[in-house]
Design a protein around this ligand. Structure first.
Ligand SMILES: Cc1cc2nc3c(=O)[nH]c(=O)nc-3n(C[C@H](O)[C@H](O)[C@H](O)COP(=O)(O)O)c2cc1C
Length: 493
């Protein structure tokens, strides 16, 4: 069955025993966070939840249920992308690349949009009644604060939309972008849009501001789960996330024209908030917000969105997530990106065997990379390559080890790395752009990075001593002991 909507996904999760319906009234003001956080911190990511009776901050009951932690386990993330495993999706991408990639780095990079074209499932124009426009509110009929937006953490600046698909268009090329950016609710029809400066939505906004034109924005909540994930994927600006979602789910995403602009929105969304940003207007203070680093991101200036229309299904379900001290639901969204983008990284840095961003590194702080080292200095070449690619340029610490080290196990990666380094020789600092959420860097979004070459050192790299082998038991002894094991009377947990 293809998962065309959030409700299809919820039904599939329910059938798989992955979802719990909470019937007890629970406040959107921190209580949902506390409950969801306990679930997300439990083994394997805990269950998906639907709060059937959320209570608004005013004490009034919400007319919409709230769904959370839908993507919060390896199993549910694979279900969302309609795949047996995330590695199987990566393998589909590897196959496409194998079939079509032209020679040369420039040619390979130019393939990225082609890659998705190959998917054969471009977005389709929806016909007939549009589910997400069954109910229409415009102008003064709109009261955003009647929607169950979460107030996540005690010091948050207000209620937040936490799992949106923010749809904008590049005014020069007409290319669409869909990004997952948190949005603060600041009034009955006012929002603050937290797209960080390195993100595509922010680039569209800068381009619109330069032209002095009003920027239409559509914010879709819910839809097919592949599109919801794709909004969080760091695709190159030329690649449309709905096209990518079509590739992932092997079926087109159905789109419909928004009511107040010529943007297209997912027809199967639960809720669509339409509005505009006026570049002549002052920026507004957004935040603070308990962020996915586990710290609050400080209040800062972001553009205001004026809401002109809210369209919904008849009985919409409100999708949300929370971020905070890891691990959280967003680990699994990011992990999907890590797995799916491995073949794309290998296009330009082919010696990469695997890489991993462990939860404690909150994506940008720590990346382990294993490589097939064939010549001296190659670990530095790999680090420079990664710091030159898209959002990987924001990585603060890169640790490179040899192939054979399982970088998916962070303890194994650190164990080998710490054994292998002579810190003065193997650690280098460089400068570059930093993630907006990095609170430690010397400047806002500017600071230093650390590369650790934890590969085995070669003579050309100045290593004149003997390098020891890793301890491994021989296969014959292992087999003999396995045969005797039952008789030994040892029970291991
Ligand atoms: C739960 C969650 C919340 C996020 N919040 C933000 C945010 O507030 N601002 C932002 O710029 N990126 C945020 N991101 C990261 C972006 O979604 C991600 O960088 C994505 O690639 C952006 O899309 P773009 O490359 O089309 O700009 C968030 C990601 C997740 C999973």
């Amino acid at each position: 069955m293809s998962l065309d909507s959030l409700r299809d996904f919820i039904a599939a999760l329910e059938e798989a025993g992955e979802l719990i319906r909470v019937r007890e009234p629970v406040s959107v003001d921190r209580e949902i966070t506390e409950i969801a956080d306990r679930c997300m911190k439990s083994a394997g990511g805990g269950p998906a939840l639907i709060f059937e009776h959320p209570v608004l901050p005013t004490g009034a009951p919400s007319r919409m249920p709230v769904a959370i932690n839908l993507f919060g386990s390896l199993k549910r993330m694979a279900m969302a992308l309609e795949t047996s495993s995330l590695d199987a999706t990566a393998a589909r991408i590897t196959e496409l690349l194998r079939a079509e990639v032209p020679e040369g780095v420039a040619g390979k990079l130019s393939m990225l949009p082609k890659l998705v074209e190959l998917a054969k499932f471009p977005p389709a124009r929806a016909t007939g009644p549009i589910p997400c426009q069954a109910v229409v509110l415009q102008g003064s009929e709109i009261e955003l604060r009647e929607i169950p937006h979460l107030i996540c953490w005690p010091e948050d600046g207000g209620p937040y939309i936490t799992l949106p698909m923010v749809i904008t268009r590049d005014p020069a090329t007409g290319t669409r972008n869909v990004g997952l950016y948190r949005i603060q609710v600041q009034g009955p029809r006012e929002l603050a849009m937290h797209w960080q400066r390195h993100k595509v939505g922010a680039a569209h906004w800068r381009a619109m501001a330069e032209r002095g034109e009003r920027m239409p924005v559509a914010i879709a909540l819910g839809g097919d789960p592949a599109s919801m994930y794709a909004a969080s994927a760091p695709l190159p600006p030329a690649v449309d996330e709905f096209l990518f979602a079509g590739f992932l789910r092997r079926a087109p995403v159905r789109l419909a024209k928004a009511l107040t602009s010529d943007l297209d929105v997912p027809a199967e969304a639960e809720i669509v908030i339409e509005g505009y940003i006026d570049p002549a207007e002052e920026l507004v203070m957004e935040g603070p917000f308990g962020d996915h680093t586990g710290f609050y991101s400080l209040a800062d200036k972001y553009p205001r969105v004026h809401v002109e229309a809210v369209t919904t299904r008849r009985e919409p379900i409100y999708p949300a997530t929370i971020v905070g001290r890891p691990p959280m639901e967003d680990y699994y969204l990011g992990h999907a990106t890590e797995r799916i983008f491995l073949p794309l990284l290998k296009l330009t840095v082919p010696e990469i065997v695997d890489y991993h961003m462990p939860p404690c590194g909150v994506f940008h702080n720590l990346v382990f990379v294993s490589i097939d080292k064939q010549y001296p200095g190659q670990a530095w070449k790999v680090m420079n390559g990664l710091w030159g690619q898209g959002l990987m340029s924001l990585a603060k610490v890169l640790v490179v080890v040899d192939k054979g080290v399982n970088v998916q196990q962070e303890h194994e990666a650190w164990w080998v790395a710490l054994n292998n380094i002579d810190p003065e020789r193997d650690v280098r600092f460089t400068m570059g752009p930093m993630d907006v959420l990095d609170h430690s860097s010397r400047g806002f979004t500017y600071g230093s990075k650390m590369g650790i070459d934890a590969t085995r050192k070669w003579p050309e790299e100045g290593f004149a001593r003997e390098w020891p082998g890793m301890i491994l038991m021989d296969k014959a002894t292992q087999a003999k002991v396995t045969e005797k094991w039952a008789k030994l009377g040892i029970k291991l947990p």
